[in-house]
Design a protein around this ligand. Structure first.
Ligand code: GLY
Length: 354
């Protein structure tokens, strides 16, 4: 169990075969109805969970589209409709069962229904487990951009049942590792050592090493969001690799996996720190070798620079018109580089551009 601090503290419960028992324990006895929000790919898991909970609760299922397609206002409205038609009250609860997009949507639905109902998040992807489901960011996209509508809303618990990962294709596990590597570089160096020691074992979801890197990543995120829930400072370090990464996702019309995009973004950020500051070549090389060992991309077409720059300038994290990048002063020591000039950014991009 890993505690997440802040105004509404809760726990991340990690194990195997714990889904139904832990969800029931977290729902408690005051809840009458439970809405399980899940994608079609987890239909069998959602039905099994419904069976197991149905002795104690009236359980409803909301099957939502996969991935980013879930994060649309029409899909949120579909969930609200089920809740409205079943007289869902403030003492009822939402369970988010799925990857990061599903838990973002489920969190948003829970946060907005009657100004907030109980929420238990059950992430089923590596990215969801180590990042999206932890820290209370909930939201949906609009035509103008990602995550433009949402709220900070804490679940009562995050239940990580590692059994859910056993169904994942290996390349999805590898893509999820980008967030794990990010945690390694910004403050949990043991992660990097475990991956370097044996990448096959580290990425085997049944291994002790996999569980260890997951726990280290969750602990890092829990510490950061416990100190800065609303991202007024420290939490920004979790965006390492994300400024360019988001621009790549946008340029690729979200056909690239998030992990692939932030993989390139982290190499870019490392090059930026090398050129702007003093990050040694060896740390930049370490980014490339670890990410390559995970078969994640480390370069992107040079000719796309203008498009990427325009998107980064619009990035919601730009403050007072200034672009902000998380860079490393050294491995494990992130800092903010605000308002770097375009020549510097382009110099760094030339190192990842092909
Ligand atoms: N995914 C970054 C954060 O939760 O702040």
């Amino acid at each position: 169990m890993i505690p997440v601090g802040g105004d509404d503290p809760y726990e991340v419960i990690i194990g195997r075969g714990i889904l139904a028992s832990s969800v029931a324990e977290q729902l408690g006895s005051r809840v009458a109805k439970v809405l399980i929000v899940h994608p079609a790919t987890l239909g069998a898991r959602a039905s099994a969970l419904r069976e197991e909970l149905s002795g104690s609760y009236e359980v409803l299922l909301a099957e939502v589209p996969d991935a980013e397609e879930a994060k649309r206002v029409e899909v949120a409205a579909f969930c609200w409709q089920i809740m409205g038609q079943t007289d869902f009250t403030r003492t009822d609860a939402v369970v988010g069962l799925g990857g990061g997009a599903t838990t973002d949507l489920a969190g948003f639905v829970a946060a907005t229904w009657l100004r907030g109902v109980r929420l238990v998040q059950c992430p089923s992807s590596v990215n969801g487990i180590v990042d999206a489901a932890i820290g209370g960011k909930t939201g949906i996209n609009t035509n103008e951009g990602k995550n433009l509508v949402g709220s900070f809303y804490s679940p009562v618990a995050v239940v990580v049942d590692l059994d859910l990962l056993d169904d994942l294709p290996h390349n999805e596990v590898l893509a999820g590792f980008a967030e794990i590597v990010k945690c390694g570089f910004i403050g949990a160096p043991e992660i990097l050592e475990i991956i370097e020691r044996d990448v096959e074992t580290a990425t085997d979801t049944r291994s002790a090493e996999f569980r260890r890197v997951v726990e280290l990543s969750i602990a890092l995120k829990a510490r950061v969001v416990g100190e800065d829930f609303r991202e007024s400072g420290l939490r920004e370090i979790l965006n390492y690799g994300h400024t360019l990464g988001h621009a790549i996702e946008h340029a690729e019309r979200y056909r690239w996996r998030h992990g692939a995009a932030i993989s390139v973004g982290m190499v870019f950020a490392a090059e930026l720190a090398r050129i702007a500051g003093s990050l040694p070549d060896v740390v930049v090389d370490r980014h490339r070798s670890i990410l390559t060992s995970l078969t994640l991309p480390i370069d992107y077409p040079l000719g796309r620079w203008k498009t990427l720059l325009a998107t980064m300038q619009r990035d919601k994290k730009a403050r007072a018109g200034m672009m902000r990048f998380i860079v490393l002063d050294e491995a494990g020591k992130p800092s903010v580089l605000a308002g770097p000039d375009e020549a510097l950014l382009f110099a760094a991009y030339q190192e990842v551009g092909v």
